[in-house]
Design a binder for this molecule. Structure first.
Ligand SMILES: *Cc1c(COP(=O)(O)O)cnc(C)c1O
Length: 410
């Protein structure tokens, strides 16, 4: 072998530090713990275990058939090309009209709507478009697991304000006020909430919006569960509270939860023209448009709203029955307390009386009783676990029996 070859072999065989290949963003981001619990439960199921899964973060119904048909028709008709980055014009127009009717938009201006591949991406772009290094973002806890990670990916700093079950899992305007700093750029609201299912009242929301206006920060209102409401509860859209609010609030929603369309990947965002334009630009350089033919499915839902809402009402009948079954069951277990949440499809019982961390609690519950629930720790709230009732009545009944016997043993 010649010398050159030997040197080549020497320098190419120095073991590489693989960790050094990763960026600071990749090193700091944690994988979604809710998806992880679901994956673990599915794995156990596949191995033949009889698992009661309460981990799901998605409705267990199929997409209403007329929506599927519209998507399939668009696919058959060749809607298989790129679309404008912000969404197909017909869908942006229809959403602009709808948000105008809801008071979120002052004018029917489709340029203020951006359709994205999922509400999750809408949230990320809203944060990326408004926050950067040096900015602080206030996140009320318990929070949706992705918010802090998204804030960090934008180079900004997440700060948390906590509200336990004693305050209905809702932070007050006063708490936000005390947590503000000159660096506070954005406050994130999520009502109805994942993981708690709780909703802010009009008065509570108004106080927070007034604070945003007087203290000059932005709000991101994640309203993905806006139509999943029970007990006659009402959803309030902070962007509809006046002209200043319309400029300050970025409203995020989507089709996943309302119409059981999680796999379609379709989210929406409404913002003032400056932010909406920035969001569309960021999207055009990262993912381009949301899947073109999928948007025609969503369009069918928005254009046939009454029919779409009938399908939602039907799903809500089942969700509500399961909610009450799970709530009653949990409240009947010694040492467990649970608020009567009025939105989404989650309950967030307090299990702190057992003296375990919520991670130990959920890990042992899965190990010993084959019940999958997500630890409250993942949502910034130790002492609680999240149970999704987007599952069958049978699973709920069987799961409750197991949770009860688990708690009795502790
Ligand atoms: C599910 C969810 C979303 C977005 O879901 P997509 O499937 O990406 O549309 C956003 N926020 C919260 C709180 C959610 O639970």
């Amino acid at each position: 072998m010649d010398l050159k070859r030997i040197i080549f072999l020497l320098i190419t065989n120095i073991p590489m530090n693989l960790e050094n290949m990763l960026s600071p963003w990749a090193k700091n981001v944690s994988p979604s713990p809710t998806l992880a619990v679901d994956a673990k439960a599915k794995e156990l199921k596949a191995a033949g275990e009889d698992v009661c899964g309460f981990g799901a973060g998605e409705p267990d119904f199929d997409t209403p058939s007329f929506i599927k048909e519209a998507g399939a028709k668009a696919l058959a008709e060749g809607m298989t090309k790129y679309a404008p980055a912000g969404g197909i014009p017909a869908l942006r127009n229809a959403l602009a009209q709808q948000y105008h009717d809801l008071g979120v938009l002052k004018e029917v201006n489709p340029a203020q709507i951006v359709v994205s591949p999922g509400g999750k991406y809408s949230c990320y772009l809203a944060i990326l478009a408004t926050c950067g290094p040096g900015d602080e973002v206030l996140i009320p806890a318990p929070y949706w697991v992705s918010y802090p990670e998204m804030v960090k990916l934008a180079g900004a700093t997440p700060k948390f304000v906590f509200a336990g079950d004693d305050q209905g899992f809702k932070v007050s305007a006063q708490q936000i006020k005390e947590a503000l700093s000159p660096q506070t750029k954005l406050v994130i609201l999520n009502s109805p909430s994942n993981p708690t299912g709780c909703l802010y009242s009009q008065a509570e929301m108004e106080e927070i919006v007034a604070l945003a206006c007087s203290k000059d920060f932005l709000l991101m209102s994640d309203e993905i569960y806006e139509y999943l409401l029970y007990d006659g509860a009402e959803h309030y859209r902070p962007a509809s509270f006046g002209d200043d609010a319309r400029d300050r609030v970025i409203t995020v929603s989507g089709f996943s939860k309302t119409f059981s369309m999680t796999g379609w990947r379709l989210g929406s965002l409404v913002a003032n023209p400056t932010i909406a334009k920035a969001v569309a630009s960021l999207q055009s350089q990262t993912t381009s448009n949301a899947t073109t033919f999928a948007q025609y499915g969503a369009l069918a839902a928005v254009e046939n709203w009454e029919k779409a809402m009938e399908a939602v009402t039907e799903m809500l009948v089942h969700f509500d029955r399961r909610r009450l079954k799970l709530l009653e069951g949990l409240q009947g277990i010694d040492g467990v307390s649970c608020l009567r949440a009025q939105g989404a499809f989650y309950l967030f019982p307090n299990v702190s009386s057992f003296g375990l961390s919520s991670e130990e609690f959920s890990a042992r519950l899965l190990e010993e009783e084959k019940v999958a629930a997500v630890s409250g720790h993942a949502f910034g709230a130790d002492g609680y676990v999240r149970l999704s009732y987007a599952t069958s009545d049978d699973i709920i009944e069987k799961g409750l029996t197991r949770i009860k016997s688990f708690c009795e043993r502790l």
